[in-house]
Every structure is written in structure tokens, then in C-alpha cells.
Design a protein around this ligand. Structure first.
Ligand code: PLP
Length: 362
């Protein structure tokens, strides 16, 4: 499984009370990574479950009852020269702060967020829990490469009446992860008629509740034989917004790269911002603007989705109201491949980090 939960033993947990944050690192039950790999599936499941349980946290709370929470997702990449480095964690710290503010929670200080991300990875690695660089990943442009996934998230205090969270927890867990999309290197998408986000809603926040509709739409797309679904805007039902949990780009026949402009229904992806910067560096005209489904179906040469999990993943076709349009004859396009390989190269340390995007952990 590409994205199965196998929480590493060291967890960070902070709680806001009496007007301040107090944080701690917890060490959950574990053996060595090798011993755990050698355990029977049943035994390992039991151990992993015990790492995922917190007897001292309230089960009935505004998160479990009403979906009030937000999260982040970032990765520590094994480096070609050895060690691990995290991609742009300062950006995740800033977005987490904005998300918590957007949900009217006391925001988590960016400096403590950064420290907790670095420290959990470092402490888990010291116990032997990390992924090692494998030069065979270079052969397929890191399509099958592993990394350490870092998942910071909020969890509300106990309560039953509908309410906001004034004294939330912030947790940071690590789990190993390999490539996100399980299908081939390029695959098909379908426009869903579900609506992910509405104006004045929470679409711009990395809010847990946004994922309910995404998961429903993605499941329908998978059942219909597609790899991904694409959302249109709620008002006009005409402009492209996002994939199920990733931003989306279209490389037009004219040589222009376009992606939907940010607003309150679109999640401001860090991969998205990085791709825009890399494309502009190459002299490509990049526009953040409204992108209509008609323009996409007529003018697109290549298409890809972007995100921490997806990297830059090409889409081979898009189906809208039963009509399928293939991009680049269904093959991975040159521009998409170049962007994908550049990002992966910077992340795994096979290309120079000229932007200062990588934060070394060990
Ligand atoms: C997290 C997320 C993305 C991608 O953001 P990155 O910072 O690039 O990982 C895109 N869309 C949605 C809805 C998301 O939740």
C-alpha cells in the first residue's frame, strides 16, 4: 500500500491551555525497524495500533463529532549524499497558522511547528526509523521512491455541543510513504459533478471536513475506472478548480502554463507555488487565472496535478459529460516530465537546491 499508516514511535503533542502552548515528545512502544519487519502481520498490526492510540485524549470532541480540524502534509526525503531533508517546511508552518486562524483556533507558532517537524524526523531516525536512499529510484525518475511523511494536525478538546475549539491539541506524527498514485505513470481523470468548496466556505483552509466530498468523488471516479477526479467551481459550474486533493496545471498548445487562480475555494499548494516558480525560471509564461473546462478541452497539450503526495503527476485524459479528451496522445509530455524531474531532483538531492528549499534534518 502506497500510503498505509505505520506511525513511527516518536510523536510530538502540544496542548493549548491557560493562554499558552505546552509541547512534549512521546515515545510509543516499538522494537527495531528490522525486528518489526520480521514480525507476523498480526503482531505487527497490534504494535502499530498501540502507537496510534492515546488513552489520555478525549474521544468525544469537536473534531470527532463535527469535523472541526485542520492538518498539514510534508515530506522528509532521503538524500543522495546521505541524510534526510524536508521540502519547504516553513511554507507548511505558515499555512498551518493560517488554517488554524481560519478555523478560529489559537494558531500554532510557526517556529514551534518547524522544530516539531524536524525533531520528530530526527528522533525517529535516531531509533532507526527512516527511509534510506536507493539509487535504483533514479532509473524511473523517483516514481517509486520512498520518503518519510510528516503529518501535523489539530485535535479539539472534549465537548459535545457544537462549538469552536479554544484549547486544541497539535500533534505531529511520521509515517513512511511511497508513491501516491497506484496506477501507471500517466492516467485518466474525470470531471465530477460534486462540489468540493463553495465561496465563503473553507476550501482555502486545509480543513479535514473538506476531504469528505473529495473522498466521495474520488471513490466514484475510481469505481468508474479513472485515477482522479477534477472539480468545477460551485457558482458557474464551468471553471476548473482542483483535483481530489491536488492542484492542477494545463500546458497549452500555445506554450502557456495555466493554473486556476487562488481564491477562497482553492487550496494554496506549496508544490503549486514551486512549479510556478520553476516554470517562470525556464522562461515559460505562467498565468494564474480562471480556466474554463471548454478552454482546457480544446487548447491543452499536457496536464498534470500537483501536491506533496502527487509531486507532479501527469493526467493522460480528461472526461467531461461523457466526452474524453486525451492529452499528448496519452503519453507523458516533455514539459510535464521536465517539471516532475526537476522537483524530484531537488527533493532527493540529485539536483542542486539553488532556491534554498530543503531543510536538512540529519
Ligand atoms: C494539500 C492540498 C493540496 C496540495 O498542497 P501541497 O502544499 O502542494 O501539498 C492541494 N489541494 C488540496 C485540496 C489540498 O488539501
Amino acid at each position: 500500500m502506497a500510503f498505509a499508516l505505520n506511525t513511527y514511535p516518536i510523536i510530538y503533542r502540544a496542548k493549548f491551555s491557560d493562554g499558552k502552548w505546552a509541547g512534549e515528545y512521546l515515545e510509543k512502544p516499538h522494537k527495531t525497524q528490522e525486528e518489526e519487519a520480521a514480525m507476523s502481520e498480526q503482531e505487527r498490526e497490534k504494535l502499530e495500533n498501540s502507537r496510534n492510540c492515546y488513552a489520555d485524549m478525549p474521544l468525544v470532541n469537536y473534531t470527532s463529532q463535527y469535523g472541526l480540524a485542520c492538518f498539514e502534509g510534508l515530506k522528509a526525503f532521503p538524500q543522495k549524499k546521505g541524510g534526510l531533508a524536508i521540502f519547504r517546511p516553513d511554507q507548511n508552518a505558515a499555512r498551518f497558522y493560517r488554517s488554524m486562524e481560519g478555523l478560529c483556533m489559537p494558531p500554532f507558532p510557526e517556529k514551534i511547528f518547524l522544530e516539531a517537524c524536524v525533531e520528530t524526523v530526527k528522533r525517529n531516525a535516531a531509533l532507526g526509523f527512516f527511509t534510506r536512499y536507493n539509487s535504483s529510484w533514479e532509473k524511473d525518475s523517483f516514481m517509486t521512491a520512498d520518503s518519510v511523511y510528516i503529518r501535523p494536525f489539530t485535535m479539539a478538546e472534549g465537548g459535545i455541543g457544537v462549538n469552536l475549539s479554544n484549547e486544541p491539541y497539535v500533534m505531529v506524527i511520521n509515517t513512511p510513504v511511497s508513491s501516491y498514485f497506484s496506477h501507471g505513470s500517466s492516467d485518466s481523470a474525470v470531471v465530477t459533478d460534486r462540489i468540493r468548496a463553495t465561496p465563503k466556505g473553507t476550501g482555502w483552509i486545509k480543513a479535514c471536513s473538506n476531504y469528505v466530498i473529495s473522498a466521495l468523488a474520488k471513490s466514484e471516479a475510481l469505481q468508474a475506472g479513472y485515477m482522479e477526479c477534477v472539480f468545477l467551481d460551485a457558482t458557474h459550474r464551468k471553471y476548473i478548480e482542483e483535483g481530489s486533493s491536488c492542484n492542477i496545471f494545463f500546458y497549452l498548445k500555445s506554450g502557456e502554463l495555466i493554473t486556476p487562480e487562488l481564491g477562497d475555494t482553492i487550496l494554496p499548494g506549496i508544490t503549486r507555488a514551486s512549479i510556478i516558480e520553476l516554470a517562470r525560471d525556464r522562461g515559460v509564461k505562467v498565468s494564474e487565472r480562471k480556466v474554463s473546462i471548454d478552454e482546457v478541452l480544446e487548447e491543452t497539450k499536457e496536464c498534470f496535478v500537483s501536491g506533496t503526495a502527487a509531486g507532479a503527476t501527469p493526467l493522460s485524459s480528461l472526461t467531461y459529460q461523457g466526452k474524453k479528451v486525451a492529452f499528448n496522445n496519452g503519453k507523458v509530455g516533455e514539459f510535464t516530465a521536465e517539471i516532475r524531474d526537476t522537483i524530484k531532483g531537488i527533493q532527493y538531492g540529485t539536483l542542486a537546491d539553488t532556491k534554498g528549499w530543503m531543510t536538512s534534518v540529519i
